[in-house]
Design a protein around this ligand. Structure first.
Ligand SMILES: Cc1ncc(COP(=O)(O)O)c(C=O)c1O
Length: 402
C-alpha cells in the first residue's frame, strides 16, 4: 500500500471513529432469507421486520420471483451498454407502458433507481430562468436533483415550509417573473408518513401557472383504492404533470425507478437525460419482476386494502399500548420517543425482543422528536402485529417510555 493510500484510508478511519463516538454510525444487519414479514438475520435468527418498504409483500411473491427468473433466461443479464447505443429490451417497453397506465399518465421511462429518475428529470427539463420550489421535507434525491439543475442550468430555487400552502403561495409570487415555475413534492413524506396536500398544490399551481412534480415512492402501490398513488387517493388521477416513483418499495422491492408524464416526456428524457444517455438500463430481470408486480396489484387490489387495514389496526393497538405515533393514515407509523439516545435504545431493545425497527434521531428529525419508524406491510398477519405491539410494550416499559 502506498503512503497516500494509508493517509487516505487513515483519515476515513478517523472519521468513522468519530461517527461511532457521536453514535451516528450505522451497522448493517445481514439477512439470509428473502424480505418478508419475518427474515432470517445473521446472528439473531428469525426476526419480525417493521422497517421495510415491502408494503404489499411482493418481494418474495412467487409470481414476481418467477417472472424475474424467466426474464433472466429470456433476455440474459443485460445489454452491456446504454439503451440508445445497443438496443432496448421489449420488456422495458412493456414495463413502461404498464407503469404509465398504472399511475395515470401518457408515458413513462424507467431508470436504475428513483434517485436516478429524480436527478435525471430535474436537471434535464429545467432551463435557465426557471424557478423550482421544493417542500422542506422532500427526499434527499429531490434536493440533490435541484442542486444539480441549478449548477447546470442556472435556474433559481426556493424551499417552502413543509405542507404550508400559504408559504407556497408567497414563494410562488416571488417567482412570478420566472420563465416557468415548478413545484416538487413528495406524495408521502417518508419520515412523517404525512400525505402531501395535493388538491391544494394543484389548485395553487394552476393559479400561478406552475408545473407539479410528485415523487410517489412511498405512495405507489400504497395510496388510493387500487394503489395508484397520491393522485388516486385524492381523486385527481391524470391531473399531476409529472410523477416519479421507485420500483424498490411496493412494486416488488428490487430496485429501479421511473418518471411518468405527458406523451412527449419519456421521449424527451430518452433524448436528453444524462443517466439515460450515459448509463445502462434497468436489468431485464428487474423489469420483468416489476411488470409482474404491477399486474398483480391491478388484478388483486385487495392487497392494498389489506395494507390499509393492517396499518389502521397497528396504529390503534400501539396507541392503546400507551405510545404516541404521529397522526396519519399511511403505513409509515413513526413513534415519538423523545431524545436520540432513547430512539437508539428502543430500536436495540426491540431487536432483542426479535422485532427489527429502525430508530431515527437528530439531525435526521428535529431535536426532541427522535422516533422509531414502523412500516406496516400487507404481508404481516394480525398475529405478527400483535407480536410487535407486545415487544413494544416490553421494551417501552423497560426503558420507561410507557
Ligand atoms: C421519496 C423517495 N424518493 C426517492 C427515493 C429513492 O428511491 P430509490 O431507492 O429507488 O433510489 C426514496 C427512497 O428512500 C424515497 O423515499
Amino acid at each position: 500500500m502506498t503512503a497516500t493510500n494509508t493517509t487516505f484510508g487513515g483519515a476515513l478511519e478517523q472519521q468513522i471513529e468519530q461517527f461511532k463516538r457521536d453514535r451516528v454510525y450505522k451497522r448493517l444487519n445481514y439477512l439470509d432469507s428473502p424480505q418478508s414479514a419475518w427474515v432470517k438475520m445473521e446472528g439473531r435468527g428469525d426476526v419480525l421486520i417493521l422497517s421495510s418498504n415491502n408494503y404489499l409483500g411482493l418481494c418474495d411473491e412467487p409470481a414476481v420471483v418467477e417472472a424475474g427468473i424467466e426474464g433472466l433466461r429470456r433476455f440474459g443479464a443485460g445489454t452491456g451498454s446504454v439503451r440508445f447505443i445497443c438496443g432496448t429490451f421489449t420488456i422495458h417497453r412493456e414495463l413502461e407502458e404498464a407503469l404509465a397506465r398504472f399511475v395515470g399518465t401518457e408515458s413513462s421511462l424507467s431508470f436504475v433507481s428513483a434517485w436516478n429518475a429524480n436527478e435525471g428529470l430535474t436537471a434535464t427539463v429545467v432551463e435557465e430562468g426557471d424557478f423550482v420550489l421544493s417542500d422542506a421535507l422532500n427526499h434527499a434525491s429531490i434536493i440533490d436533483s435541484m442542486r444539480l439543475a441549478k449548477a447546470i442550468t442556472k435556474c433559481t430555487t426556493a424551499v417552502y415550509k413543509h405542507g404550508d400552502m400559504a408559504d407556497l403561495r408567497e414563494k410562488l409570487r416571488g417567482g412570478a417573473s420566472a420563465r416557468r415555475r415548478l413545484i416538487w413534492t413528495d406524495g408521502v413524506f417518508s419520515m412523517e408518513g404525512a400525505i402531501a396536500k395535493l388538491p391544494d398544490i394543484l389548485e395553487i399551481a394552476r393559479a400561478h401557472d406552475a408545473i407539479v412534480l410528485v415523487d410517489d415512492s412511498h405512495a405507489t402501490g400504497v395510496l388510493g383504492k387500487n394503489g395508484r398513488g397520491t393522485a388516486e387517493h385524492f381523486g385527481v388521477l391524470g391531473e399531476v404533470d409529472v410523477i416519479t416513483s421507485t420500483l424498490g418499495k411496493a412494486l416488488g422491492g428490487a430496485a429501479g425507478g421511473f418518471v411518468a408524464g405527458p406523451a412527449a416526456l419519456a421521449d424527451y428524457l430518452t433524448q436528453r437525460s444524462r443517466p439515460q444517455l450515459f448509463s445502462n438500463a434497468l436489468p431485464p430481470t428487474v423489469a420483468a419482476s416489476t411488470l409482474a408486480a404491477v399486474r398483480l396489484i391491478e388484478d388483486q387490489p385487495e392487497r392494498v386494502q389489506r395494507l390499509r387495514d393492517n396499518s389502521r389496526y397497528f396504529r390503534e393497538q400501539i396507541i392503546e399500548a400507551g405510545f404516541k405515533p404521529l397522526p396519519g393514515e399511511t403505513p409509515i407509523i413513526p413513534i415519538i420517543v423523545g431524545e436520540t439516545a432513547a430512539a437508539i435504545q428502543m430500536s436495540d431493545a426491540l431487536l432483542e425482543e426479535g422485532v427489527f425497527v429502525t430508530g431515527f434521531g437528530y439531525p435526521v428529525v428535529p431535536q426532541g422528536q427522535a422516533r422509531v419508524r414502523c412500516q406496516i406491510s400487507a404481508a404481516h398477519s394480525r398475529e405478527d402485529l400483535d407480536t410487535a405491539v407486545r415487544a413494544f410494550k416490553k421494551a417501552g416499559q423497560r426503558l420507561k417510555i410507557v
